[in-house]
Design a protein around this ligand. Structure first.
Ligand code: FE
Length: 218
């Protein structure tokens, strides 16, 4: 079986927002799908280890910010590569957010925002499938929605370990078979091609904003 075939499935990039009590929190997912057309229901896949899942379970509601090709990498870095357990992801330092129906959404450059109410949660091995009714849908911009393919190929981001599409050997595979010097971010898996030591001392990973010291030469 060649698991890389699964990479040919299409996905988007979405910021999920909810509340941990009164504190906004959230994460990045690539799997949000519309399941029914009338009075629409959506499905979201989320890792069991994800703090956002626990918050959604308690709050029963969440938002989906549909990210676009104009979305700042900071949004994905802050929401996708930190944990809401120990990080205040909506502290406003890395990206702007606003409240929609009392829940946090990414403010700038989204294609649209959804507010959803949980119908059911089904356990599937490492993940939960959350089925939720769409209660509100607001358009934002006409920028092209960011696909997972775009995120991989243009932004050169990788799948966080909690993503359903994460494959442990993926980073290694992409760094083999080439003579170009490569450095891999140990936090997010971003691959830098070239001599990283020539970058200035304050250079940071474009995805997760970690310093050069977090990079490992392949
Ligand atoms: Fe990184």
């Amino acid at each position: 079986m060649e698991l890389s075939v699964l990479w040919k499935l299409s996905y988007g990039m979405y910021a999920i927002g909810t509340l941990d009590g009164t504190r906004p929190t959230g994460c990045i997912v690539n799997t949000v799908a519309q399941i029914t057309s009338t009075n629409p229901v959506i499905a979201v896949s989320m890792n069991k280890n994800n703090f956002t899942y626990e918050a959604i379970k308690k709050t029963g509601r969440f938002t989906v910010s549909i990210l676009t090709e104009k979305t700042a990498p900071n949004v994905i870095a802050k929401l996708g590569f930190c944990s809401g357990r120990d990080t205040d992801k909506f502290d406003g330092k890395d990206f702007a957010w606003k409240a929609l129906d009392g829940l946090p959404v990414v403010k700038d450059n989204c294609a649209g925002h959804l507010v959803a109410e949980v119908l059911s949660m089904t356990e599937v091995e490492t993940h939960y499938i959350i089925l939720a009714r769409v209660k509100d849908a607001q358009p934002c911009t006409n920028f092209a929605p960011m696909t997972y393919k775009y995120y991989h190929e243009v932004i050169k981001g990788s799948a966080p370990k909690n993503a359903p599409t994460y494959q442990a050997s993926a980073a290694q595979k992409t760094t083999s078979g080439s003579t170009t010097e490569k450095w891999v971010c140990s936090i997010c898996g971003y691959v830098y091609e070239g001599d990283l030591t020539k970058e200035p001392a304050d250079w940071v990973c474009p995805i997760c904003k970690q310093p050069k010291s977090k990079f490992v030469k392949q």
